[in-house]
Design a protein around this ligand. Structure first.
Ligand SMILES: NC(=O)c1ccc[n+]([C@@H]2O[C@H](COP(=O)([O-])OP(=O)(O)OC[C@H]3O[C@@H](n4cnc5c(N)ncnc54)[C@H](OP(=O)(O)O)[C@@H]3O)[C@@H](O)[C@H]2O)c1
Length: 402
């Protein structure tokens, strides 16, 4: 099936904060880039949100994802002191006049003239929720400023490895979100910090989750081919280094994938997560692709399963989450293709606006016990960053946790 022809319509009700519902039919096809532009406006009840790191690659994607969001209204754009005081357009434009807008979608006009604020000075009392898209070192101090007051949904790794902090991938482990109650109790916060994973971990855990549940997973070997946008822009990867090349090292990436996969696939026991006891061997490479991380995965299952069984487990995964009807959720968490030449980043990354993980080449792996191998593709700046974080925030709100 051609993903770009896969336009699906849904008549299911969309839940909105406060328990009301609106028909998704009013909102148009769910697999189009903006699934809710015609939803009834909720201006009186929309939560006021700030985007920290709004000028960066992930931050820019937040502006696209939130531009017409029915629950969230962007009231503050913030970044470093380098950008503060300039209009958003000026802040992302170089001295020589190049506008460094990295999204395929155009810069939403309503943000062009908004003044960028210094994130370190933004009043936590002026917003209801914060999206953080800042590099980890700076993110730690910034997120700590806001979390005592309001929920912070973060793309950074600053808090990911703390015991009372869940790393949420919607549809995979959203039940871990109740840990925010422990954060609030133990840290005395009214808000919380909820990170999403490293963008390479995201696609991997989406594909592994149904297999871990149905067959068990005992070993994972993953080789990534990661897009350039995943490196961000400060400093990012130089064109001269990337062109005609593969870079076989991304600092800290392999360790992140290994640790985060075990935590996300772990079990919630009381108010702690017991990581899944599974060895994960990751080889992370940067390749000359703009968006979309491709991953070749070999895994040993806990019980025998044919490639057809595995494909079926992935195809039927996630409806209990997608049936919640959250505005940024895709109709399917995983799309399995039978085309042996797919997935390809340029062709498949925009399926369901980059929110569906595309899996192909599901076959036996003769090396591992109960071995299966496959190729997956996950959009690193959509599901793996801004729109994935937006979906997490929607879930927190829907659950009364945010
Ligand atoms: N790119 C992806 O695909 C992706 C995916 C998942 C997660 N992430 C994570 O998202 C975060 C941002 O990544 P990115 O790729 O968007 O990086 P980026 O393009 O380099 O952008 C970094 C952003 O952080 C801001 N910043 C830097 N230092 C700051 C400070 N001291 N105070 C406030 N803001 C500061 C920058 O503002 P100025 O413009 O003012 O310098 C800029 O807006 C990182 O933690 C990254 O690991 C990225």
């Amino acid at each position: 099936m051609e993903p770009d022809r896969e336009i699906r319509y849904s008549l299911r009700p969309l839940r909105v904060p406060g328990g009301n519902t609106v028909s998704a039919a009013l909102c148009g096809p769910l697999s189009r880039p903006h699934p809710h532009p015609r939803c009834p406006p909720m201006s009186s009840s929309r939560r006021r949100v700030a985007v920290l790191g709004a000028t960066g690659v992930a931050g820019q994607q937040f502006l696209v994802s939130l531009e017409q969001h029915p629950w969230f209204e962007v009231v503050a754009l913030a970044a470093s002191s380098r950008s503060a005081g300039r209009s958003y357009r000026e802040a992302i434009t170089t001295e020589s006049g190049q506008m460094r807008w990295a999204c395929e979608e155009p810069l939403p006009a309503r943000f062009e003239d908004v003044p960028v604020q210094n994130a370190a000075e933004l009043d936590p009392g002026s917003v209801d929720l914060v999206f953080s898209a800042v590099e980890s070192d700076a993110a730690r101090a910034l997120e700590e400023r806001f979390a005592p007051r309001v929920p912070v949904v973060s793309t950074s790794s600053a808090f990911r490895y703390e015991d009372d902090v869940p790393i949420i991938v919607p549809g995979v482990n959203h039940e871990h979100a109740v840990l925010v109650k422990r954060q609030q109790r133990e840290r005395g916060w009214k808000g919380c910090v909820v990170p999403i994973p490293n963008c390479t971990t995201t696609g991997l855990v989406v594909a592994l989750a149904p297999l871990a549940r149905q067959f068990g997973v005992e070993a994972v070997i993953m080789t990534s081919m990661q897009a350039l946008s995943g490196a961000g822009r400060s400093p990012g990867v130089l064109g001269l280094d990337a062109l005609d090349n593969v870079i076989p090292y991304i600092p800290k990436e392999e360790e992140k994938v290994q640790t985060e996969t075990s935590k996300i696939l772990g079990a919630l026991e009381g108010d702690r997560i017991v990581p899944l006891d599974v060895p994960v061997s990751a080889h992370c490479n940067r390749v000359n692709v703009r968006d979309g991380h491709t991953e070749c995965v070999s895994l040993g299952l806990g019980s025998p399963a044919s490639p057809a069984d595995v494909a079926e487990a992935m195809r039927s995964f996630g409806s209990e989450f997608t049936d919640l009807g959250l505005p940024s959720a895709p109709p399917d968490l995983i799309h399995v293709t039978d085309d042996p030449y797919r997935p390809q980043p340029r062709v498949d990354r925009r399926l369901n606006d980059g929110m569906t993980t595309v899996v192909g080449r599901v076959r036996e792996d003769p090396v591992l016990r109960n071995g299966i191998k496959m190729v997956l593709l996950s959009h690193n700046t959509k599901l793996g960053a801004a729109k994935g974080a937006t979906l997490v925030a929607e879930y927190l709100v829907e659950q009364g946790l945010g």
